[in-house]
Design a protein around this ligand. Structure first.
Ligand code: AMP
Ligand code: MG
Length: 310
């Protein structure tokens, strides 16, 4: 059809009108809006039912726009060169004249920034003259989305457009590293802590207590809203059982995260598996012990937060 706009053009049209759209990224799908607009970013909080105190990550194409918004430092440049575009977010100092909406930062003078590698979203970012604030495209505290269908399940007709970029390759959120003073990991994610440490020749620690938590926001996160038990040897009869290692017995309640005990593949399949279990109406989930390093630590972090739901 002659007049049919391409999806990218449609996306730009909606974003320019201060609307939110679903965008694919390699980590999880995002709910994107113009980070310079208070009208657009307010809609993100409303749609997600996200506490206003919880700041957003802003997505950039490259350093050109970023330099207008943030002060950059050597640790940032070193990490950027190796890992961006990719599944890592950096906390930087916000510049005074920056146009970033105060909704994004909760009026703080720091900003979380990321350079996603998904080609569709990169193509979109390249064509915009503003960066996109984009948290995960799910209702706050629930399971993050890793496909267009997941985003549709979360928001239905409340958003006008979701760009389809297939299923997210990494499948868990970005690693967040605070680079304001001594580097510190605030959230485990798509780039393993061990890898960052090897590269920086530092011993960067994970400190999730320093992540901004909003009052009233419970500990529950990434949750299917089903009871979940960790480090279980054998599940009960009617329980969904999440496994990493193959078992001889075949059982329709078993859900394998990986074919060959590969933790990266397991992380990728985590949210998809939780959604599948939810659709099958299980009332309880058991998870076998997962080794607590590399992507295993990321999976355990998400499952622990999901397990706070009682
Ligand atoms: P999400 O939007 O769901 O990917 O979560 C983003 C995470 O980044 C939240 O836990 C925020 O608290 C955290 N975050 C965003 N901006 C900042 C910041 N300036 N300082 C510390 N944490 C931040
Ligand atoms: Mg999220």
């Amino acid at each position: 059809m002659k007049n049919k706009l391409s999806n990218i053009k449609k996306a730009i049209k909606y974003l320019n009108k201060n609307q939110c759209i679903g965008i694919p990224t390699e980590t999880v799908y995002g709910l994107g809006a113009n980070a310079y607009s208070s009208v657009a970013t307010a809609k993100i909080f409303k749609l997600k039912k996200r506490p206003k105190k919880n700041p957003l990550i802003v997505h950039y194409y490259d350093l050109k726009l970023l330099k207008k918004d943030c002060n950059i430092n050597n640790h940032f440049l070193k990490l950027y060169k190796k890992y961006s575009p990719g599944p890592i977010s950096y906390i930087l100092k916000l510049k005074q004249g920056s146009l970033i909406s105060k909704n994004v930062t909760n009026k703080k003078n720091t900003l979380a920034v990321r350079f996603p590698s998904h080609p569709i979203t990169r193509n979109l970012l390249k064509k915009l003259d503003y960066p996109l604030a984009a948290p995960s495209a799910n209702i706050s505290t629930k399971i993050s989305p890793v496909s267009k269908k997941d985003v549709q399940d979360e928001f239905g007709k409340k958003i006008s457009l979701i760009l389809d970029g297939g299923s997210s390759k990494i499948g868990v959120e970005s690693t967040i590293i605070n680079l304001i003073n001594k580097p510190q990991i605030l959230r485990l994610g798509g780039i393993a802590k061990e890898e960052i440490n090897q590269y920086l020749k530092l011993n960067v620690k994970f400190n999730n207590r320093s992540i901004i938590k909003s009052p009233g926001q419970g500990k529950t996160h990434y949750s299917p809203y089903i009871k979940l038990r960790l480090n279980v040897k054998n599940a009960n009869k009617n329980e969904a059982f999440i496994l990493i290692k193959k078992r001889k017995k075949i059982n329709k309640n078993y859900f394998y995260l990986s074919k060959k005990n590969n933790l990266k593949e397991a992380a990728k399949n985590l949210y998809k598996t939780l959604r599948k279990i939810k659709k099958r109406n299980f009332k309880s989930i058991a998870v076998e012990r997962i080794v607590n390093k590399g992507f295993g630590e990321v999976i355990n972090d998400r499952l622990k937060k999901a397990s706070y739901f009682k």
